[in-house]
Design a protein around this ligand. Structure first.
Ligand SMILES: [Zn+2]
Ligand SMILES: [Zn+2]
Length: 346
């Protein structure tokens, strides 16, 4: 070993040794954590231009993948922040994506399956703590009053504890509980820049179930919620820039059901078998999407959850490479006056 090599090896050992000392002593840990905490707490919420669609949950309840939260789509403009469904783990994605939780304007629910609502109370609490200055409106089809009334009852004590602890100036009770707003198909929300339209979808036997279309300064996104491929959606989605549609892979699901039966798990196999006819098969949506003049089709709410690249390949059967299989925190940005959709894959 020559002198230079010896010096480099010595230097590396000293640095590694110092690192170990810093990491394993109280003062070293305090120093390191101060740097990391300063970085973390200094992060600012996003405030992007144009119409931005962020996938805050791409999973269905069937299958587990820690990389995917359950159903959640965020729509962010410089003036608005709306969520469309908030399933389990979605509040974590909303925080990871630095979404502007303090200015959350409302939540739109497509229907009341647990994978679309489980994260609603956490989001309400997080935005209240972050300083939301009006009560949180939660829009949905008939039944939203029951669901939100139940959440409000369940979290009432938590909210009174927090107000008592931190004071009514910081956490006023008047903005603590959520306000349910029952929708029927038609315009659900409108201001000078944005229009949100609710339309019926077919998630039979779950009825009513809705999808939503958002139009902002000439750009648009349609969110399917859970549905089979249905005409009402493609009428509402006509000429939209982006369609986020739920997707079921029949070959993957049928293989999964067969494997469950083979291993003696008939109960789960029967429950999963019931799912086959109430989500949209990925292969028959693209053609209808093209006919409706939709510029970009993307899938989310995967049934089953593609926890392996192999399963993603199975979802790709019978569709063109133009179709996007979303991932959590994938972002679509649409600027007014442009036709481009800027896709950011995390
Ligand atoms: Zn669902
Ligand atoms: Zn559902």
């Amino acid at each position: 070993m020559n002198k230079i090599t010896t010096s480099i090896v010595t230097l590396v050992l000293i640095i590694a040794g110092s690192g170990a000392v810093i990491y394993n002593t109280a003062s070293g840990q305090d120093f390191l954590y101060k740097q990391l905490a300063t970085l973390a707490t200094g992060q600012k919420a996003i405030n992007p231009e144009g119409l931005n669609v962020i996938v805050c949950g791409s999973a269905s309840p069937l299958g587990n993948d820690p990389a995917r939260a359950q159903a959640c789509i965020a729509v962010v403009t410089p003036e608005h922040f709306f969520l469309f469904d908030v399933g389990a783990r979605a509040p974590m994605r909303i925080a990871q994506g630095l979404l502007p939780i303090n200015r959350l304007n409302g939540i739109f629910l497509t229907h009341f399956h647990s994978d679309h609502i489980a994260g609603v109370p956490s989001v309400n609490m997080n935005s209240w703590v972050a300083g939301r200055d009006t009560e949180l409106n939660v829009y949905g089809p008939q039944g939203v009053g029951t669901v939100i009334g139940g959440f409000n009852t369940a979290y009432q004590l938590d909210q009174t504890y927090r107000t008592a602890h931190h004071g009514a100036d910081l956490l006023p009770q008047v903005t603590a509980a959520m306000k349910p707003i029952t929708l029927t198909p038609g315009i659900a929300f409108q201001d000078a820049n944005i229009k949100i339209t609710a339309f019926p979808v077919d998630h039979s036997p779950i009825d009513p179930a809705m999808g939503y279309r958002v139009d902002y300064k000439g750009r648009s996104v349609v969110i399917s919620g859970d549905t089979v491929s249905t005409e009402s959606l493609f009428i509402a989605a006509k000429n939209a820039d982006l369609l986020l549609h739920d997707a079921l892979s029949e070959p993957a699901l049928e293989t999964l059901i067969a494997a469950m039966k083979a291993s003696g798990n008939d109960r789960t196999a029967n429950i999963v078998g019931d799912v086959l006819d109430y989500h949209a098969s990925s292969t028959n949506i693209e053609e209808q999407s093209k006919k409706a003049g939709i510029k970009q089709l993307a899938f989310y709410h995967f049934v089953p959850v593609p926890n392996l690249p192999l399963v993603e390949k199975m979802f790709e059967r019978g569709i063109s490479s133009d179709v996007i299989l979303t991932k959590d925190l994938m972002t679509f940005q649409m600027l007014p006056g442009s036709e481009e959709i800027i896709v950011t894959d995390p």
